[in-house]
Design a protein around this ligand. Structure first.
Ligand SMILES: NC(=O)C1=CN([C@@H]2O[C@H](COP(=O)(O)OP(=O)(O)OC[C@H]3O[C@@H](n4cnc5c(N)ncnc54)[C@H](O)[C@@H]3O)[C@@H](O)[C@H]2O)C=CC1
Ligand SMILES: CC(C)CC(=O)C(=O)O
Ligand SMILES: [Mg+2]
Length: 354
């Protein structure tokens, strides 16, 4: 098969972690006799620096013409620490999601047997935890009208959702639950927010079409607590953009590191495969960031193209590397950390030789 992959490394650790995922895809291509064509494109702070736009039209064209997009991360302290900056790297990520119609971000949270002790939570709490956060990705407060009063002493962000936006993400979440343990938790703040009440009303109306799915409703503050106290009670969680952003970072604690969680952003046009973490600028250029979230995002990319044996070979390699202790410093034992690039090399060799 011929694969056209758009590669958007972005900022900070983005280029380093994406390079490892590309090495892994290359090894898979050789093993399974595929031809891979990568097209690199600018996004984020790097794109602002080069062309003044965090999501240039050329990048959009490249994404639209690809079979899938492999994305690293965006963000730079020079913008984080300048609240007055008008053009920001994050606008590039949001524009990409909106223009590609990526209304759903699928964030699977699974524990790895050899890393159970890396979670700050007790082993009996985390062992066997396995759930998916389905996060709405192109609506809500991140995309709502925002502004600042003339005297600069007041600012506002608005959260808006339409029934149509809620229905399409719920449909996808119901279908995920149908393929798993048939349990769906709708996370909202319906005791306070009008948008959340619309989410709850819409979900309640859809229950009749999915009689085999057990649906429950949970306020987001309670969900944030229960996720840590009883992670095993969850199967599929579905929620709005900002709540999903926050609870999925929180969920990474169950697995041991934010550097382990992959995601797939799907919707209308092409799909984007991206780690859930950011550009981790403190680690940029040091070859220490964990590449596994990005490598597992590449596995999700292969699955999206129905290359299931190929994806399994990536997952097997990752599991073996974790069992063998070939890991970066965030999940290392007894000070024995491998570099980002060494983890990538190990995975590549494992795929070649097995
Ligand atoms: N999808 C994206 O591109 C995202 C971009 N950002 C941007 O990233 C920049 C940094 O944001 P932060 O809040 O510091 O979040 P972050 O996710 O970059 O890092 C938070 C912490 O998580 C850990 N971490 C993250 N990735 C890791 C990896 N691969 N290996 C090991 N440890 C890892 C580190 O301890 C790090 O200090 C900001 O500019 C922010 O806007 C933040 C989240 C998502
Ligand atoms: C710019 C942010 C919305 C990025 C983020 O935190 C994420 O997508 O997880
Ligand atoms: Mg986030």
């Amino acid at each position: 098969m011929k694969l056209n992959i758009a590669v958007l490394p972005g900022d900070g650790i983005g280029p380093e972690i994406v390079a490892q995922a590309q090495k892994v895809i290359d090894a898979i291509a050789v093993k399974f006799d595929h031809e891979v064509n990568y097209t690199n494109a600018l996004v984020g702070a790097t794109a602002i620096d080069k062309v003044g736009n965090p999501y240039p039209d050329e990048t959009h064209e490249i994404c639209m013409n690809s079979d899938a997009v492999l994305f690293g991360a965006i963000g730079d302290p020079k913008y984080d620490n300048d609240p007055k900056a008008k053009v920001r790297p994050e606008q590039g990520l949001l524009a990409m999601r909106k223009k590609l119609g990526l209304y759903a971000n699928i964030r699977p949270v699974t524990t790895f047997p050899s890393l159970l002790d890396k979670s700050p939570l007790r082993l009996d709490i985390v062992e066997g935890a396995d759930f998916v956060v389905v996060r709405e990705l192109t609506g809500g407060i991140y995309f709502g009208e925002k502004g600042r009063s003339e005297d600069l002493k007041k600012a506002f962000d608005t959260c808006t959702y339409t029934t149509e936006e809620i229905e399409r993400i719920l449909k996808l979440a119901f279908s995920y639950a149908g393929k798993r343990d048939k349990r769906l938790t709708v996370v909202d703040k319906a005791n306070v927010l009008a948008t959340s009440r619309l989410w709850r009303e819409t979900a309640q109306a859809m229950e009749a079409d999915y009689k085999d799915i057990e649906v429950d409703y949970m306020f987001v503050d309670n969900a944030a607590m229960q996720l840590i106290q009883w992670p095993k009670k969850f199967d599929v969680m579905v929620t709005e953009n900002m709540f999903g952003d926050i609870i999925s970072d929180e969920a990474s604690v169950i697995t041991g590191s934010l550097g382990l969680l992959p995601s797939a952003s799907v919707g209308i046009h092409t799909s984007v495969f991206e780690p859930i973490h950011g550009s981790y600028p403190q680690a940029a250029g040091k070859d220490i960031a964990n590449p596994i979230a990005t490598v597992l995002s590449a596995a999700m990319l292969l699955e999206s193209l129905d290359l299931l044996d190929e994806a399994k070979a990536v997952r097997d390699a990752v599991n073996e590397s974790l069992d063998a202790g070939v890991v970066t410093e965030d999940i290392a034992r007894d000070g024995k950390a491998s570099k980002t690039s060494e983890v990538g090399d190990w995975l590549t060799n494992f795929i070649k030789n097995n």
